[in-house]
Design a protein around this ligand. Structure first.
Ligand code: HEC
Length: 128
């Protein structure tokens, strides 16, 4: 009885170890180091829908692609981070018309501040 249980348990443990070692975890970790968890959460819920491959607006995609940001060269990255801060300072994003239609898209001040300080620190660290 005990031995047969053991035989079933081994493949389950092996599978769990394999799943944990999957590259998905690695990718998340890499992204996580560029975008801290709380920053990524805000971007995903308030910005990513437009500024990513899944976006509908060509203008939005031309203006900013979050997925490309970590791969930009230093000067483009700093310029993009500056744009983000400027846009957030004037409450420019998400666009006013969109927030009017979908109030849940509004970026609360606290979240705007988190994005701004992240982008500012990131730009500063690149310039150092
Ligand atoms: C509903 C779609 C939509 C969402 C959501 C959205 N944007 Fe945009 N964004 C646009 C469009 C369209 C443009 C290009 C036209 C413009 O500048 O208004 C743009 C442009 C920008 C630009 C470039 C501005 C410039 O003049 O260089 C930045 C930076 C930006 N967005 C940041 C953000 C951030 C940060 C968020 C999340 C808080 C966000 N966007 C959410 C649609 C969106």
């Amino acid at each position: 009885m005990k031995t047969s249980n053991f035989i079933y348990v081994i493949p389950v443990i092996a599978a769990l170890i394999l799943i944990q070692g999957k590259p998905a975890g690695e990718t998340n970790q890499k992204k996580g180091s560029f975008f801290p968890v709380e920053v990524k959460k805000i971007i995903d819920s308030k910005c990513y829908g437009c500024h990513s491959a899944q976006g509908q607006s060509k203008d939005a995609k031309d203006a900013l692609m979050w997925d490309s940001l970590p791969n930009l060269n230093k000067s483009s990255m700093v310029a993009t981070l500056d744009d983000i801060v400027k846009e957030l300072r004037k409450n420019g994003m998400p666009p006013e018309a969109v927030v009017k239609k979908y109030p849940e898209m509004k970026l609360p001040d606290a979240e705007s501040k988190i994005l701004q300080s992240w982008a500012t620190l990131k730009a500063d660290s690149l310039l150092r």
